[in-house]
Design a protein around this ligand. Structure first.
Ligand SMILES: [Fe+2]
Ligand SMILES: [Fe+2]
Length: 183
């Protein structure tokens, strides 16, 4: 008896998403290691923590494929991109990567509509919301460096940024949770 509830195409696309999330984790890990090498240990730890978030995303997709009776097929993870030149470009590249991941999720959602696979559509809504938050999270990083003024010599702001990010969670409140009293 066939208990697989995922189409071949859908299972392949979800398996690709596993690779994408693992790939994202790899990028955060690599940028974190670079930041540590540059002396930004607070930012490094922040990026390492976020690498784990991406691995959690990967696990969610993997679990979902299993729960739907599909086959998980892991693929090779690409080498991370070259090291960034500075913290500003590091955060800029993170933002760009989050946007490209969002686009992948949107393609998946579209596939669900075409196949009328409403279970997977419903599962992916968590990722749609999560990516909205991840994009805001990355936008905030870009803003923080703008405020700190990047690596101008004698700039104490980068020191403070690094120190603050050591304990930053990266959690972003969803816009739908905001109220007039609690903006
Ligand atoms: Fe992710
Ligand atoms: Fe992400």
């Amino acid at each position: 008896m066939d208990t697989n509830r995922l189409s071949k195409k859908m299972a392949a696309a979800l398996n690709d998403q596993i690779t994408e999330e693992a790939n994202a984790a790899q990028i955060y890990l690599s940028y974190g290691a670079w930041a540590a090498g540059e002396g930004y240990n607070g930012i490094a730890r922040f990026l390492f923590r976020h690498a784990e978030e991406e691995r959690n995303h990967m696990m969610k997709v993997l679990e979902y494929i299993i729960k739907r009776g599909g086959a998980v097929k892991l693929a090779a993870i690409a080498a991370p991109p070259d090291n960034p030149n500075n913290i500003g470009s590091c955060f800029g590249k993170i933002y760009e990567h989050e946007v490209s991941n969002t686009k992948m999720i949107y393609v998946l959602v579209k596939k669900c509509m075409e196949e009328e696979d409403w279970a997977t559509w419903n599962f992916l809504q968590w990722f749609v919301k999560e990516q909205t938050e991840e994009e805001t999270f990355a936008m905030n990083l870009v803003d923080k460096v703008k405020l700190a003024g990047n690596e101008k010599s004698g700039n104490n702001a980068m020191y403070i940024l690094d120190r603050d990010m050591d304990s930053a969670t990266g959690e972003v409140a969803s816009a739908t949770d905001v109220t007039a009293v609690n903006p």
